[in-house]
Design a protein around this ligand. Structure first.
Ligand SMILES: C[S@@+](CC[C@H](N)C(=O)[O-])C[C@H]1O[C@@H](n2cnc3c(N)ncnc32)[C@H](O)[C@@H]1O
Length: 347
């Protein structure tokens, strides 16, 4: 057997991923990137503003300069590199809220992945003793941070999604699992006649009212708290039900229960719009990078998975929907368009 030191170095780099993640979390958490949004700073000044030790900070900056997070300038000054704005709040490419929510809620349970691979029990159930969304219900401050990360995703990676949601002929919509209502705010701007409801768990949807009011949309959109597994909780009779980034969180049997409940609430002819990844149908190929990241989250945190077009078609057919079209967006996600058929498939 030949000695391949290159392969070992790459393998060690992969193993060190936990250290890089913590380094990136620290950059977000301590505001190191945020302090550089106004331009380059001397390292001692950046250390003062971020409450860090200048010698330790210099070590971190040098490592992360190799990852394009920072650019080291002469005379002990530092600037943001191409990836730097992602770690500062409220930039067009921000992953700041995601960094904080992953640091606080996902990082520790993910250490249980090896157990999940054996028993199929999601890592949070090993670590927290309960499923992720149940743990969020006990920790509303972390649920709010998670919603903020979702909102941030709509402003960045998923920015192009609302413009690609075809709502032609649709007057009323329910955003099921709509979190703080950010998607409906965007849709309201694109469709001036649209009315609707944000539906989510009660402690989550509590944030949506102020968001809608803040955009002057309180008269057009309301909020309802409930459980999307329960048909009677869901607002009935809307023209269209949107589930954005929701069903991928659930294994097939649970995803089908949600769809049956939505199908029952919407009735025959109601439209469905799913915003989801649609994986390429080639099992022998590695996943593209964004899909791979999401697949790791689904695998460990939810014992769920991302799906192919054939998977979506099967789940829709099993729950009384006809798949009309899968429309690409300008993002890695697609919009899966379906219509509730006349077939009685409710369980
Ligand atoms: C991944 S987030 C997607 C949020 C939003 N739709 C978006 O596109 O950014 C999944 C949402 O499902 C909600 N959720 C989870 N379980 C639920 C349940 N049983 N009933 C209603 N909503 C639920 C969560 O609170 C969360 O807001």
């Amino acid at each position: 057997m030949t000695h391949d030191s290159d392969a070992t170095v790459r393998a060690v780099r992969l193993l060190a991923g936990f250290q890089y993640a913590q380094a990136a979390f620290a950059v977000a958490r301590l505001g190191i990137a945020g302090h550089l949004m106004g331009g380059p700073l001397p390292v001692p000044e950046l250390a003062r503003r971020s409450g860090t030790d200048p010698t330790r900070l210099r070590q971190l900056l040098r490592v992360l300069a190799g990852e394009d997070v920072f650019t080291l300038l002469g005379d002990d000054r530092v600037d943001l590199g191409p990836l730097g704005p992602a770690f500062a709040p409220d930039t067009g490419s921000s992953a700041y809220e995601l960094a904080l929510t992953w640091a606080d809620t996902l990082y520790a349970p993910y250490a249980e992945l090896h157990r999940t691979l054996r028993d199929g029990v999601p890592a949070p159930e090993h670590h927290y003793g309960k499923p992720m969304f149940d743990w969020f219900a006990d920790h509303p401050e972390h649920a709010a941070r998670f919603s903020a990360a979702m909102r941030e995703g709509l402003r960045t990676v998923r920015y192009g999604v609302p413009a690609s949601l075809d709502l032609c002929g649709i007057r009323s919509v329910v955003d099921v699992g709509g979190a703080d209502g950010s998607l409906l705010v965007r849709l309201a701007g694109l469709h001036p006649e649209l009315t609707g409801v944000v539906f989510d768990l009660p402690h989550v949807v509590a944030e949506a009212g102020p968001v809608l009011d803040g955009h002057g949309l309180g008269a057009r959109f309301t909020t309802v708290g409930g459980d999307f597994f329960v048909a009677d909780d869901l607002p009935s009779g809307a023209d269209c039900y949107v589930l954005s980034y929701v069903l991928h969180d659930w294994p097939d049997a649970d995803a089908e229960r949600v769809l049956r409940a939505v199908r029952a609430a919407g009735g025959d002819g109601a439209r469905l719009r799913l915003v989801e990844l649609v994986l390429p149908d080639w099992p022998e190929h590695p996943l593209p990078p964004f899909a791979a990241t999401m697949e790791l989250t689904m695998l460990g945190m939810l014992a769920a998975r991302e799906r192919t077009a054939a998977d979506w078609e099967r789940i829709l057919a099993a729950t009384g929907y006809r798949l009309d079209r899968i429309a690409p967006t300008s993002t890695p996600l697609s919009v899966i368009e379906a219509t509730a058929t006349n077939e009685e498939t409710r369980s």
